[in-house]
Design a binder for this molecule. Structure first.
Ligand SMILES: [Zn+2]
Length: 316
């Protein structure tokens, strides 16, 4: 008897993760290799093919039904083409066609943050909800929106770029071309950058931060560690970042009216020093009752969310 399985791949700039799910969305097996993007798209696609075969060989009588791929960059999802991915150095790579030819099954490409949002919603922390926003706060801020039980994809599968909503319309210039984007004030990168600025301006208040960094540039991990020891400057930096996150969350709540917000990513592990000012800003600023009923949760799928979501989205 054959065993229908659904493959999902998270194609990252550093690593490729493949998962196989059963028909109920349960994880059967997974495997990971280095992307080695400098070897070019043909080599990377061959590694993806080999990785799927590796996974299939681990499941008895596995019959592959479909492949979903989560990737950064801009997509022509209908054509199965990665239009541009700076982390891979790819322009117009027909990834979907090549995988479909190799396996003879339907292939779907998806924006990586949207795929992770869908995975967390379908089989992780968002299970059972209809309206859910997923946000990862790490080096940048990624997000995806589920509305009425459907992923909001938009015209080019790029919807949900909540890290680039404007929270300061006269603010700093962002790499995306906009100014004053949320991720310039509330991401892990921005926390480290702000700490470096303040340490230069207020050296007498930054001794613990400088000790933590030990000569290296101060990063968000140093700020989190110093804050846990009660360092006033670090707590101030996290309070500002949390308030910025709260200001962004108000716009997100106003535009999506969610039941649940899932917040993950490395910087989210900072916890209360970031989240208390965030919740205060939301309480102070959101319209009437829109924010009071919103629940908050941490993700459950970890690094597998993108690959799992991609596998589920082929038919989602
Ligand atoms: Zn931006």
């Amino acid at each position: 008897m054959s065993n229908k399985v659904y493959a999902g791949i998270d194609l990252g700039g550093t690593k490729i993760l493949a998962v196989l799910l059963d028909g109920d969305g349960a994880l059967l097996t997974k495997s990971e290799v280095s992307t080695d993007a400098q070897e070019g798209s043909h080599a990377v696609i061959q590694r993806m093919i080999d990785l799927i075969h590796d996974c299939l060989n681990k499941i008895e009588s596995a019959e592959l039904a479909s492949i979903g791929v989560a990737t950064a960059g801009t997509l022509k999802a209908d054509e199965g083409v990665v239009a541009y991915a700076s982390n891979l150095g790819w322009t117009n790579v027909p990834l979907g066609k090549e995988l479909a030819q190799a396996f003879g099954v339907p292939v779907n490409l998806e924006n990586d943050a949207n795929a992770a949002a869908y995975g967390e919603w379908a089989v992780g922390a968002g299970r059972g909800t209809q309206d859910c926003v997923y946000i990862t706060v790490s080096t940048g801020i990624g997000a995806g929106i589920i509305s009425g039980g459907k992923l909001i994809r938009g015209r080019d599968s790029s919807a949900g770029e909540l890290g680039h909503i404007t929270i300061d319309w006269n603010g700093s210039k962002c790499l995306c071309g906009n100014v004053g984007c949320l991720e310039l004030y509330a991401s892990g990168t921005s926390i480290g950058r702000r700490a470096g600025q303040l340490a230069a301006e207020l050296p007498e208040e930054a001794s613990l931060l400088k000790d933590k960094a030990a000569g290296a540039p101060i990063n968000s991990r140093h700020v989190a560690e110093a804050a846990r020891e009660g360092d006033a400057l670090s707590l101030r930096i996290l309070k500002e970042a949390g308030q910025a996150l709260g200001a962004g969350m108000v716009s997100i709540i106003h535009s999506t009216n969610p039941e649940l917000v899932i917040i993950g990513g490395g910087a989210a592990s900072i916890g209360a020093p970031l989240f208390e000012p965030m919740h205060q800003a939301i309480a102070d600023r959101a319209i009437g009752t829109m924010a009071t009923g919103v629940k908050y949760a941490s993700p459950l799928l970890g690094k597998d969310a993108g690959a799992i979501g991609a596998a589920l989205l082929v038919n989602g």
